[in-house]
Design a protein around this ligand. Structure first.
Ligand code: CA
Length: 413
C-alpha cells in the first residue's frame, strides 16, 4: 500500500500542523484522522450549547483533537530529545492524544448528562470495535489499541504518558483552555503555552511529568486561567439554562414516544440504556441529528415540546438569576412564587422552572496533583504555592431558571 503523503492542517491557534507521511507514526495519525469515526468529530461542537452564549464558540471536537495531538507532539519530542529512552512511546502517546475525545456524543458534555453516557467508555469501545480504527492500529501492533486504552485509564507503564494525556496539567486541558478562551473572546484566559512547554520536564527516576522550579509562575498562571474559564465560561448561567432546555426537550420527547415523528437513531438513544447502544447507533448521533429533530418538533402538536424546541432553535433562552446569597427559606419562597405565576400564565412548571447549581474547582488534589521538582526533590505544587492553595477551595453557585414571561411579576413586591 502506498504511504500517505504529508498533510498540513492550518490551525488558528497553533499555526500549521504538519504530519510527515514518511514518519510511520505520523502516517498512522493521517490514516486515523481519515476514518469515519474521527471525521464524525467535525459534527460535534466542542462547547455544546455554549455557542448560544458565546457566539464564536462554534469549534468542533475535530479541531480540538488535532490541537491536543499537536501540543502532545511538541512536549513529547522536546522531552525525547533529552531522554531518548522515551522515543519507543511516541506512537502510543500521539495516538492517545489524537483519539482521546473519539467517544464524545452530541453537544459534548451536555449529552453525557442527559443520556448518562460516558465519552471515556465510548472512546475505549470505538478503539476496540471500529473496524477502520482497530485495523490501522493492529497493522502497527496488535497491542496498540490496548496500550492507548491504558493511557486513558492512567495505567501506562510509564506514568509520564498518561500524565501528558489525562492529568491536572495535560495536553487536553492546555489545548481546550487556549482554544476556548480564543473563541469565546475571553482574553483573561490567554495561556502562555511556550512558557508552559519550557517548564515541563521528565523525572527518569519516577518516570513522571514534573514542573521545574523556575516554571512555577507559568503553571500558577495556567491554574488561575483554568479557574476563571470555569467560573466565567463553562459554568456561565446561560449555558446552564440552555443545557436544561435540551434536557427538558428530550424528557418531553420520551413522554410522547409512539406518536412523535423520530428517526431510528434518536429513538434508540431515547429508549435504550446508553451503554447498550450498538456502535453504529452511537456513531450515527451528532449535533445535526438533534438539531434536525428540534426543528421538526418546533411545529409538533404538543405545546410544551414545540415551544421548548422553538426557544432553543431561536435562542429565546430562559432567564437566570443568582440565588446563591439567599437563605433556604428565601429560595423556597421565590421558587413557590415563580411556580404560581407560571401556572397562572398556563405554563407547566415541570418544564419551565428549575434551580440549577454549579461548582467551580480551580485545583483538586483528587488522584494526583502537579509534581514540582524542588531542591528537596519532588513535591506537590500546592505545598510550595500559596496561590494554588487558595484555588483548592471549590465555589458553589445556585441559579433560578424561568421564562422571561414571568420576569416583571416575579421580582415585584
Ligand atoms: Ca478533550
Amino acid at each position: 500500500m502506498p504511504r500517505p503523503s504529508s498533510r498540513t492542517y492550518h490551525d488558528p491557534l497553533h499555526g500549521a500542523i504538519t504530519l510527515d507521511g514518511a514518519d510511520p507514526t505520523e502516517a498512522l495519525l493521517i490514516q486515523l484522522i481519515d476514518t469515519p469515526a474521527f471525521q464524525r468529530l467535525r459534527r460535534i461542537r466542542q462547547l455544546g450549547p455554549a455557542s448560544l452564549t458565546f457566539h464564536g464558540a462554534e469549534g468542533s471536537r475535530f479541531t480540538h483533537s488535532l490541537g491536543v495531538m499537536y501540543v502532545a507532539r511538541r512536549i513529547f519530542d522536546r522531552l525525547t530529545a533529552r531522554y531518548p529512552v522515551l522515543q519507543q512511546h511516541r506512537t502510543v502517546t500521539l495516538c492517545a492524544a489524537l483519539l482521546h475525545d473519539l467517544g464524545h456524543g452530541p453537544f459534548s458534555h451536555t449529552s453525557e448528562e442527559i443520556f448518562q453516557s460516558s465519552h471515556e467508555f465510548w472512546t475505549r469501545r470505538i478503539l476496540r470495535e471500529s473496524p477502520e480504527i482497530r485495523g490501522y492500529l493492529n497493522a502497527v501492533s496488535p497491542s496498540l489499541a490496548d496500550q492507548i486504552a491504558q493511557v486513558y485509564l492512567k495505567q501506562s507503564p510509564v506514568p509520564l504518558i498518561s500524565q501528558l494525556i489525562t492529568s491536572q496539567l495535560d495536553c487536553d486541558r492546555l489545548d481546550y483552555l487556549m482554544r476556548d478562551s480564543y473563541f469565546t473572546g475571553a482574553s483573561y484566559g490567554k495561556l502562555d503555552l511556550d512558557r508552559i512547554v519550557l517548564a515541563l520536564d521528565y523525572d527518569p527516576v519516577t518516570q513522571q511529568l514534573v514542573v521545574a522550579r523556575k516554571g512555577l509562575a507559568a503553571i500558577e498562571h495556567y491554574l488561575v486561567v483554568r479557574y476563571f474559564m470555569y467560573a466565567q465560561v463553562y459554568n456561565h448561567p446561560k449555558n446552564i439554562a440552555a443545557s436544561w432546555i435540551l434536557e427538558r426537550i428530550l424528557h418531553r420527547a420520551r413522554q410522547l414516544l409512539g406518536r412523535l415523528p423520530i428517526d431510528v437513531t434518536l429513538l434508540a438513544w431515547l429508549t435504550k440504556p446508553n451503554e447498550s447502544l450498538t456502535l453504529k447507533e452511537y456513531l450515527k448521533a451528532d449535533d445535526g441529528l438533534l438539531m434536525y429533530h428540534f426543528q421538526q418538533w418546533s411545529d409538533y402538536e404538543d405545546d410544551i415540546l414545540s415551544d421548548l424546541c422553538r426557544r432553543y432553535c431561536d435562542r429565546n433562552l430562559f432567564k437566570t438569576k443568582s440565588i446563591s446569597a439567599l437563605s433556604d427559606a428565601a429560595r423556597q419562597s421565590i421558587f413557590s412564587k415563580a411556580r404560581t405565576l407560571l401556572r397562572q400564565q398556563g405554563f407547566n412548571p415541570d418544564y419551565y422552572l428549575t434551580v440549577q447549581t454549579s461548582t467551580t474547582r480551580g485545583y483538586t488534589l483528587y488522584q494526583k496533583g502537579i509534581n514540582l521538582l524542588s531542591d528537596q526533590g519532588i513535591c506537590e505544587l500546592s505545598e510550595l504555592s500559596p496561590l494554588v492553595q487558595t484555588l483548592t477551595q471549590p465555589s458553589h453557585r445556585a441559579w433560578l431558571i424561568y421564562p422571561r414571561e414571568i420576569e416583571p411579576q416575579l421580582w415585584a413586591d
